[in-house]
Design a protein around this ligand. Structure first.
Ligand SMILES: [Zn+2]
Ligand SMILES: [Zn+2]
Length: 260
């Protein structure tokens, strides 16, 4: 069993070929995938996927790179997160790559998500790009360790990794770990405690080798697991089992939603 802990199946590229995407998951033993919310306007599509497919879950949040969208309130996030198939708050966080002026509203939006996660008792899916120091600072200031969560698509160095791990967070590795030049990500994937690792595709982006540059899909999460197994001299099954167990535990997936 494999779990893709982060993908965007509501994005048109993948939504238009959903039956094929689901079939490929099945063929590759990718038993569960999480459709990540990026704004409130598109959240109904994300939730509809999770409601229609037993093996898909959803998250609710507004990504830091979106400017002209509805700003979520704490109450709204808590209310939407109450749905049984919504397993986390996010993706949220900071992105100073897309907003080089590092606007205050990003940090305010992030704080709202952390507070909503604490009220709803559901973990956070955190996005951080060119903003690791502030991301960790806000997580600490808001007491995010109480709910925990995942630093998704982790690309920071081992020093940042240890700080996130110390806060109680998990690290999720994407197809980037398969890229030949991603030496820092490979190093972190070797050192991260096995019981704190997740894997993801971030599909339709970041397809792993051998599909680098092509459209990504949840089935390809197996290449992420294969590379981590190679880096750590473990079997593919060991990595698949550990990352799946971590996922079920972190997101408190009810037994009746777990694949048999
Ligand atoms: Zn992201
Ligand atoms: Zn994403």
């Amino acid at each position: 069993m494999l779990v893709d802990s982060h993908c965007h199946l509501d994005f048109p590229d993948l939504a238009d070929r959903l039956p094929d995407v689901l079939l490929r998951m099945q063929e590759n033993r990718v038993d569960l995938a999480v459709c990540i919310g990026v704004n409130l306007e598109d959240f109904p599509k994300v939730l509809a996927l999770a409601e229609a497919q037993p093996n898909l879950f959803a998250t609710v949040g507004v990504h830091p790179e979106y400017t002209d969208v509805e700003e979520p309130s704490l109450e709204q996030l808590v209310q939407l997160a109450a749905h049984p198939k919504v397993i986390a708050i996010g993706e949220t966080g900071l992105d100073y790559y897309w907003q080089k002026d590092q606007p205050e509203w990003q940090r305010e939006r992030f704080r709202t998500h952390i507070r909503a996660a604490k009220v709803s008792g559901k973990p956070l899916v955190v996005h951080t790009r060119d903003s690791a120091v502030d991301t960790l600072r806000l997580l600490k200031e808001e007491g995010a360790g109480a709910v925990g969560g995942v630093m998704h698509c982790f690309t920071e160095n081992w020093d940042i990794a240890t700080q996130a791990l110390d806060l109680g967070f998990h690290l999720s590795f994407s197809g980037i770990v398969t890229f030949k030049n991603a030496l820092i990500v490979k190093e972190v994937a070797q050192k991260c405690p096995l019981d704190r690792m997740l894997i993801e595709t971030d599909a339709p982006y970041l397809a792993p080798v051998p599909y680098r540059g092509k459209q990504n899909q949840p089935a390809y999460v197996r290449y992420v697991a294969e590379e981590i197994a190679r880096l750590r001299s473990l079997s593919f099954e060991e990595v698949a089992m550990a990352t799946s167990d971590n996922f079920l535990r972190l997101f408190k997936i009810p037994v009746d939603h777990q694949p048999s």
